[in-house]
Design a protein. Structure first.
Length: 296
C-alpha cells in the first residue's frame, strides 16, 4: 500500500472510530441522546445519499443516488527527517540523505480521495498552480477516481505546499505555504455554470477551513438554497467559527481542541464543559458530531 493510500486509510479509520465513540457515549448517556433527538430540525442525514459506482451498475431498480461534492484545499506535503529543529541562524544536515518525500495532501483532497476510495461518485473543486505540484495532485486524485474537472489552475500563484519536519521522537513541526488554496479563489471563478449544476445535483457538500472563509460561506449559502446538506471539517485554522457560516452547517465533527477553537476559547477539560460548549455551538448548527477522545 502506498503512503498516500495509508494516509487515506488512516483518515477513514479515524472517522469510523469517532462515530463509534459518539455512539457509545450516547448509549451511556441517554439524557444527552434525548436532547440531541429533541431538536433534529430536518435530520442531519435526511438528504445525504452518495452514489456508488458498484451500486449503480449492480441494480437498476434502486432509487437514484447523488454524488458528493468537495470544495477545498489541496497541496503537496514535503516530509523531511531531522534530528532536531535548527536554532536561529543554524544550518543542519538531515540524517537521511534521501529525505524530502513528496506526497499529495490537504484536507479537501484527502476527503475527496477517501470518499472516492469507498465507491462514492466524488467531484472536487479546488485551486492549483500551473506547476509540477499541480500535476502530482491531479494525477493522484484522478487515480483514486475523483473527478477534478471543476478545479482550476492559476498561473500567477504556486500550488499549496506543506513542509513537515519529522524528529526521531515522533514529534513533527509543520510550515504551510498556502499558495492557490488562498490566493486562487474569487467569488467570480467559484460561480461557474458547471459548478452550480454539480451543486444542485449533489447529495452533500464537504468543506474545510483551509480555503478562504468567504468561499465556504458562499458555497454553504448556495447549497442551502438547493436543500443540499453542508458538512464542515472545522480543522485548518485555530480561529473561532465564522458566525455567518454557522447557520448553514448541517454537520461538523471537531475534536476537543477544535471545539474549543470554534467556540472562541471556551474550556473543554471535562465532559460537563464539553456538553456546555456543545450546546453553545449547536445553537447555530443542525447537528454536531464530536470526535470525543481523539486529541490528534
Amino acid at each position: 500500500m502506498s503512503a498516500s493510500r495509508c494516509t487515506v486509510a488512516l483518515w477513514c479509520s479515524t472517522m469510523q472510530k469517532a462515530f463509534q465513540s459518539l455512539s457509545r457515549r450516547l448509549l451511556s448517556r441517554p439524557q444527552l441522546a434525548r436532547q440531541l433527538r429533541a431538536n433534529p430540525v430536518n435530520g442531519p442525514f435526511q438528504h445525504c445519499s452518495f452514489s456508488s459506482q458498484q451500486e449503480s451498475s449492480s441494480s437498476s431498480d434502486e432509487s437514484e443516488t447523488q454524488p458528493l461534492l468537495v470544495v477545498g484545499s489541496a497541496c503537496v506535503d514535503c516530509f523531511i527527517d531531522v534530528e532536531r529543529l535548527p536554532l536561529r541562524g543554524e544550518t543542519l544536515a538531515s540524517p537521511n540523505t534521501r529525505t524530502g518525500t513528496l506526497l499529495p495532501g490537504g484536507k479537501g483532497a484527502n476527503q475527496a480521495a477517501a470518499a472516492a476510495s469507498f465507491g462514492a461518485q466524488t467531484f472536487f473543486n479546488g485551486r492549483f498552480g500551473d506547476d509540477d505540484d499541480a500535476n502530482t495532485i491531479s494525477a493522484t486524485m484522478q487515480g483514486f477516481g475523483v473527478d477534478i474537472s471543476l478545479s482550476q489552475r492559476d498561473p500567477t500563484c504556486p500550488s499549496g505546499k506543506a513542509f513537515i519536519f519529522l524528529e526521531p521522537t515522533g514529534d513533527n513541526s509543520i510550515i504551510i505555504v498556502q499558495g492557490t488554496n488562498i490566493e486562487g479563489w474569487t467569488e467570480e471563478n467559484l460561480k461557474t455554470d458547471a459548478f452550480e449544476q454539480r451543486l444542485k445535483e449533489a447529495g452533500a457538500v464537504m468543506l474545510q477551513r483551509e480555503i478562504p472563509d468567504f468561499i465556504n460561506l458562499e458555497v454553504a449559502k448556495m447549497a442551502t438554497e438547493h436543500n443540499v446538506p453542508v458538512l464542515l471539517d472545522v480543522g485548518g485554522t485555530d480561529a473561532p467559527l465564522d458566525p455567518q457560516l454557522a447557520p448553514y452547517i448541517t454537520i461538523c465533527w471537531p475534536n476537543e481542541t477544535e471545539l474549543m477553537n470554534i467556540s472562541g476559547g471556551l474550556p473543554t477539560d471535562n465532559e460537563q464543559q464539553i456538553a456546555e460548549v456543545y450546546f453553545f455551538v449547536v445553537n447555530f448548527v443542525f447537528s454536531l458530531l464530536q470526535g470525543l477522545g481523539f486529541r490528534n
